[in-house]
Structure formats: C-alpha cells, structure tokens
Design a protein around this ligand. Structure first.
Ligand SMILES: [Zn+2]
Length: 438
C-alpha cells in the first residue's frame, strides 16, 4: 500500500511513510528512498556513514485531486568523512526537491509555465500556486530560457514595426547637466510574416543602429534567407535594412498608405473650412457632416451613395467643395492602384493608374496632395513590391495587439527586459503549440 502511495505521489527519491488527514488536506510523511543517492556528499561524492540526526522540511507541492498535500519530509543530515573534503556536513537533497528549496521542482515548473505558455500573469500564477511574486517571476524566466529558441528558424518574409511601450524614463547626467533617456518609449519588433514563428525579437529604441544590430546578431545564413522585409514608411528601417540585408526586397504596407491618403483628405477639408468659414467645421456644414464618408473606400460603398457624395461636394461653395473633391478623387485613385495587389496585373495597368494619380495631384494644385504624391514617388519601388507580392505587415500589427494586451493584463511593466521576455513568450505561444485546442 505504501509503495502504491509513493508511486501515486511520484516524487523520485522520496518514499511515503504514512498519509493522515489534516485540517486542510492530506498530511504526507516522507523519508528519503533507500537508494543511497541522497547520502552522497554533494562536494566529493563520498558515501556518508555518520548521521547528525534528522530535520523536518515542508516543501510545497502541486495539488492532488484538488487538495494541496502538506508534505513532511524527515531528511537526514550527514557528516562527510572524507579528510580531503572541505565540506563538514550536508543535508539530503533529491532532484525533485533541490537543496535549499522549499518547494518541489514540479510546482516551480508549473508556476513558470502558467505565465510563459498559459498566458497567466505572474501575480495570478503566484495566487494559483500559493507562491510569492519573485519566486514565480524567477520560475517564469527559467522556463522561458529553456523553451524560447536561441536563434529563430529561417524566415522568408520579415516584418519590422515599432511598438510603443509605457513612458520614457530620464535621469539627470551630472557631468553635462542634461537629461538622458534610460528607458526608451519605443521598441522595435521583428516578426516572422511567412511561417508564423511570431515575434522573433524586440529591441529598445527606434534608431537604425538598434535595428541593424539585431539583424547583425543573426547568423549570416539566416540573413541570406530573408527575401522580403515588410516595413511602414519609415526611413530608419529602410536605411538599416538596405545596409544589413542589401539583397532583401523592401515592401511597404498598403495600410499606412491608405491611412496617409485619408489623413490628406481630412487635412484639406480642415484647411479650406478654416480659410473660407474662419473657424472649425461643425454641425450644419455639409463637408463636416460628410467627414466620415469621405474617408471610406468608395469601392465598398453603394454606387448611389458615391454619386450622392460627389453631388453634395459639388453643391458646396467652390472654395470648399472643389479642393475636397480633388483630394477625395486623388485618394480614390491611390486606392484603385493599391487594389491591384495580388491581381497579377500587367505593368501597363499599374502604370496607367499611377499616372492617373500623379496627374490628379498635379492638376489639383493643393500642397497636401503635392506632399502625398512626393511620398508615393519616394516609396514607389516598395509600393510596387507590395502590388506585386501582396505582402502586408498585418502580422506585425497583430503581434502589437498581443503585446499591448499582455502589458494591460500586467498593469504595465517597470522592467523593459521583463516585458520583452513576456511578450516573446506570449507571441510565440501558437508556434510552440500552446494554442492548439487538443
Ligand atoms: Zn565531502
């Protein structure tokens, strides 16, 4: 019976002597198993012969059948008789409950895995397992070090995106009398967009150097395998990638372009309203009432609504209606161009639509549209790469959402290194097989 109970408890190296009912669950009396491994001096390995008596420890363990057993391990202290050994005495230890630890190794592992793989916060895992915050945080870090890969697997499409984290921190530099930032408000994330490895890495700061440094820390053959890099229209990423991954094709996501085009329409609307009416738009000004419809994609609106919109803009005073209509048309031209992505359109079709957009911007004679056209011109090779490949940075944005959710759950992070480790664990859960319903 006692052998069966020992087997059921499953703590290698420890044998059950007796199980009694306690006030809060079973009280399990344990002794060290007879295999004598625990009797060897941890320093020299000599088998000890003289006991110094017993000592009772109460390591905490996982619940059994919903109840947390109170373990009572009467372990021996031994004298080491080896004259050359500096160790005078030692207490028995087994792998399941290492020396100086007041909990079983499996409890520690489960508490750490609940954070890294189970999406639990450190606080909640500590509550669930009746442990303290620092113990669970350390268990999590140990678990993450084992399960996270040192280097990412080869990636064909890499996404680079910036992530905002909390507030920046500054300290006063006594020597120069200036404030220096010690914690940057921005982090840069590297995401696998081809294979779903999730977040590959995250670095603090938003400079070309930190991006280049992360890329240079990968092995050369890994860098050679990156064929496309999806970024938003950010010159920092552009310069870093063209320096470190000169062979990779940069791709600019349509999302940011559409956002920019919509912002341009809004900017024109606000400017002409202010110029003509001498104040901001409000209820009763038709262009203000149409503000949300102006930034919708006409391709997703019903034809009669598009006709109505154009008719209403034409009916406005010319100094208001005409520029807004011109900006709206330019925006729609750009959207038509971007809609060619993944359609295998020929060069000519792309050239025709691009030309139409440029012409519209040129004829409108609006500074906002000139700027939009210049941006498109600057980034045209990368935009064309998007139209050809249809690669988007949506995966990076999805990862950002997970990063924000983790930060909210934790009520913010004080330690950016902790945050990076937590987000890497959270965003790689799918790859590591923890989101599989089975
Ligand atoms: Zn010894």
């Amino acid at each position: 019976m006692v052998e069966d109970t020992t087997r059921l408890l499953g703590l290698a190296g420890l044998a059950v002597v007796e199980v009694a009912d306690g006030p809060d669950g079973p009280v399990v009396d344990l002794v060290t198993a007879e295999d004598q491994r625990a009797r060897r001096c941890p320093e020299c390995g000599t088998l000890a012969r003289r006991s110094k008596g017993r000592r009772v420890t109460r390591p905490r363990d996982l619940p059994i059948g919903g109840r947390r057993p109170a373990l009572r391990w009467r372990k021996r202290r031994w004298r080491c008789d080896e004259p050359a050994c500096g160790r005078g005495s030692f207490t028995e230890a087994v792998a399941a409950v290492p020396a100086r630890k007041r909990m079983t190794e499996r409890l520690r592992a489960v508490a750490g895995a609940a954070v890294a793989d189970g999406g639990r916060t450190v606080v909640q895992s500590a509550r669930d397992h009746d442990l303290s915050w620092p113990v669970v945080a350390a268990a999590f870090a140990a678990h993450a070090a084992v399960v996270l890969p040192q280097q990412p697997c080869p990636v064909e499409v890499l996404g680079i995106d910036e992530i905002r984290r909390g507030k920046p921190k500054f300290v006063l530099d006594e020597a120069t009398g200036t404030w220096q930032s010690i914690v940057d408000r921005w982090h840069v994330g590297f995401v696998d967009l081809s294979d779903g490895q999730g977040l590959l890495g995250q670095v603090e700061g938003r400079t070309a150097q930190v991006v280049a440094d992360w890329l240079l820390a990968r092995p050369p053959d890994w860098r050679d395998q990156v064929r496309y890099v999806a970024i938003d229209m950010c010159t920092i990423f552009k310069s870093a990638v063209s320096r470190v991954l000169p062979h990779a094709q940069l791709v600019v996501d349509h999302f940011h372009l559409v956002q920019l085009a919509n912002a341009t329409v809004t900017e024109v609307r606000r400017r002409v309203t202010a110029q003509v009416r001498g104040r901001r738009g409000c209820k009763g000004n038709r262009e203000w009432e149409l503000r949300n419809r102006l930034t919708r994609n006409a391709a997703r609106m019903r034809a009669e609504h598009v006709d109505d919109l154009q008719a209403e803009l034409s009916a406005l005073p010319t100094h208001i209606g005409a520029p807004i209509l011109a900006a709206w048309n330019a925006k729609e031209d750009l959207l038509d161009l971007l809609a060619l992505a993944r359609t295998d359109s020929d060069r000519e079709r792309v050239a025709v639509l691009l030309d139409r957009f440029y012409r519209r911007c040129a004829h409108a004679d609006l500074p906002e549209l000139e700027r939009l056209a210049t941006t498109v011109q600057t980034w045209w090779p990368q935009i064309l790469a998007f139209i050809r490949t249809g690669i988007t940075n949506a995966g990076s944005e999805g990862t950002n959402r997970v990063i924000k959710t983790v930060a909210r759950d934790a009520y913010g992070f004080r330690n950016p290194a902790n945050q990076r480790l937590r987000t890497r664990c959270a965003t790689t859960r799918r790859t590591r097989g923890h989101l599989d319903p089975r």
